[in-house]
Design a protein around this ligand. Structure first.
Ligand SMILES: CC(C)(COP(=O)(O)OP(=O)(O)OC[C@H]1O[C@@H](n2cnc3c(N)ncnc32)[C@H](O)[C@@H]1OP(=O)(O)O)[C@@H](O)C(=O)NCCC(=O)NCCS
Length: 151
């Protein structure tokens, strides 16, 4: 556990492995509409990026016990196209915890409109900084204070 009482930046810790019983955090489920796509029905990458940012922020805010700001998009891969009518599920996982920042892996699965296939379409990692009302970084609270009720 990091000691957040000092001004020195402690070593960032990778999140430990998840137990088999632990569920991935379903941060967001949404269906893109025609306005989110080009004339061929392919959903814009920027729309997907916005949803990924929203999804990652859900888990980051729970770990931070409040407000966070996105400081970096570390990686972003569009593995498969997304189509209008896909049911998209955004799963989030904490992969790194620092003094004021938390890095989140977001995986996006698409259930195609015919319901026959679910494919991983996107994978990204983003870093969020816990911020105070003054919008400045603040230390993360201890992990056991995390607001996580399984929902
Ligand atoms: C987020 C913000 C408050 C951070 O303030 P800052 O003075 O730049 O932050 P610091 O240099 O103190 O770094 C804060 C943390 O971010 C991390 N960080 C900084 N730059 C980073 C980068 N390029 N990639 C990943 N992490 C980074 C630092 O390592 C530090 O983490 P740690 O405390 O866990 O070690 C400020 O950068 C900001 O307001 N940015 C704009 C945020 C925004 O508008 N986002 C889009 C909408 S939410």
């Amino acid at each position: 556990m990091n000691d957040t009482s000092t001004s020195e930046s402690p070593q960032a810790t990778p999140a430990g492995p998840r137990s088999p019983t632990e569920q991935r955090f379903l941060a967001l489920r949404v269906m893109p509409m025609p306005a989110d796509a080009n004339v061929h029905g392919d959903v814009f990458g920027g729309w997907i990026m916005a949803q990924v940012d929203i999804a990652g922020a859900q888990l980051a805010a729970r770990r931070a016990g409040g407000r966070v700001a996105t400081i970096a998009v570390n990686s972003f891969v569009f593995k498969q196209p997304v189509f209008v009518g896909d049911l998209l599920s955004f799963y989030a996982d904490i992969v790194r915890v620092g003094r004021t920042s938390v890095t989140i892996l977001v995986e996006v699965l698409a259930k195609r409109m015919d319901g026959a296939q679910t494919v991983k379409v996107t994978e990204a990692t983003l870093t969020y900084v816990a911020t105070g009302a003054d919008r400045k970084p603040r230390p993360l609270p201890p992990e056991d204070a995390m607001l996580f009720d399984g929902d």
